[in-house]
Design a binder for this molecule. Sequence first.
Ligand SMILES: Nc1nc2c(ncn2[C@@H]2O[C@H](COP(=O)(O)OP(=O)(O)OP(=O)(O)O)[C@@H](O)[C@H]2O)c(=O)[nH]1
Ligand SMILES: [Mg+2]
Length: 595
Amino acid sequence: MKRIALLGMPNTGKSTLFNRMTGGAARVGNWPGITVELLAGKILLGGDMVEIVDLPGIYDLHGFSDDEQVVRHFLHDNVPDIALIVLNATQIERQLSMLLQLKQLNLNMVVLLNMADEARKYGITIDTARMSEALGIPIFLLSAKYGTGYGEAMQAVTRALRYTTPGLAENLRDQLKQDGQIEVEMARVLQHSVQVPARLPDNLTNQLDHLMLHPWLGLPIFFGIMYLLFQAIFFFGQPLQTGVNGLFGWLREAAIAPLLASLPAVLQGLLLDGIYNGVATVAAFVPLIVLFFLFMAIVEDTGYLSRAAFLMDALMARMGLDGRSFVMLLMGFGCNVPALMGTRVMRSRPLRLLSMLVIPFSLCSARLQVFVFFTAALFSPKSAALVLFSLYLFSFASAILTALLFKRYFPNTEPFILELPPYRFPTLRQMVLRGWHEIYHFVHRATKFIVAGVVLVWLLTHLPPSAAPASAGTWAGVIGAWLHPLFAPIGITPELTIALIFGFVAKEIVIGSLAVIYGLGGQALGGALAQQLDWVQAYSFMLFTLIYTPCLSTIATLRSESKNTGFMLFAIAWSLVLAWLVSLAFYQSARTLGY
Ligand SMILES: Nc1nc2c(ncn2[C@@H]2O[C@H](COP(=O)(O)OP(=O)(O)OP(=O)(O)O)[C@@H](O)[C@H]2O)c(=O)[nH]1
Ligand SMILES: [Mg+2]
């Protein structure tokens, strides 16, 4: 099968083009370094099945950050039949050098000047025919986001597929031409084909940045925006959650329970109180999570993340980190795994490791489910918002404390040069793709972890058969009693201990396993928890859940990204110790104060 690779600098729209070509849902964002791994999709092009590969953006073919190495290895091992070079038409002077570098590899190339819409707005004119002639490569203007020029570009790609596959690329390590020569050639190409107005028109981006990056107002505006986003998510999300909860309850009574009535009681219990209750309680969070990611996608796609990096850079530097680490912490609000992988854009290994040590403290959406459930059950609606907010503060505080404690072991020497892309508005198409992707992701995790998790919890709380379900005599009860000396000082009951053990695998299981342990789902479970626990215990439990290792996927990513098992073990141990100490401090002082 023929293969087409998308190559170019970061943030030029490669993933947007990939999604348009394949109908896929590659993550798109207005931040350099969103894609960090290869992503492939197959399409029919000119009657042939071809594979399209989306690659991370690179600044330099010879660069040495981890994502640049991913690209180099890819090109080395699989010479693509076509290298589809995606350049940002508004920065053509800067981006042409990479094209000339790539040209020396003797690849079969088609060049796409993307963001034609923005170039036109800025008054930049590009004579693609002339440029094409000067370089001897087919060149097309297009807008991957809005689709203009797409058809023509694809025709050219189809034509280029007919050329014979080039031989092996030259050795990637050899710099064939001196940089000086490249500059001369660049000037020659640009001279006749590109016209950039002497001064770019004063546009929306400049005006907005005047406000957003204001020395005094910038940070308050940032936190204001974040606060409003979260308010909006809950305002729209919670009614949806209640609705889904009701739907699952109704479905259980009306259809599932009668259907299973003829089965033996034990099997009914496993299916209904185990799997159905567990999964349904978790599934009720799907609308909230999808909304959450949609809002995150908007923040990512507008380019505001780069502004956040700019605003926080100086503060982060005091902790041995930089603006990019802050952006990854924000991305970690969604899921820690892509945030950890996003550190690949950092070239300094100590900086990268320190960032990876703090990112798992980001309150990810899976933990948010646990907190939403507990705060709804144990706190009044008014204080619930405050409680959630305080947990976000604890999340940041844990990250800051960790960075301050360990920064001297991870000295950062890499200067951080920030690029501020223009503000861009997401399209409906991008949003729908993203939302769909998150639902898919949830279903995937559900089948992988949640079902297995709730079945295991059910077995632990129902075996041996001689013991009453969920009593002290069951295996779960034995484990709970065994760990009691460790968890009693922080106010965590044996039931909650079991949930925490499973939470080590994935936080999505925590609520599901409580549903199984109590044999209740949805609001009934909330009621049972409220009867058994007081708010101090619940808050201590939430603190522990927040700080200890988020999930197995995060642990695996820590290992694979650091390529260092010792580092991974250290990250786990530290988070467990910190979680226990923080919960202890909170629980004991609250009790001392008489709560
Ligand atoms: N105005 C405009 N914006 C675009 C166009 N194509 C992509 N974008 C936006 O540019 C930003 C970057 O797009 P991505 O597809 O994530 O870029 P990428 O090249 O994959 O970036 P990395 O994965 O970081 O290398 C996003 O905000 C897109 O919505 C376009 O044709 N016009
Ligand atoms: Mg990308």
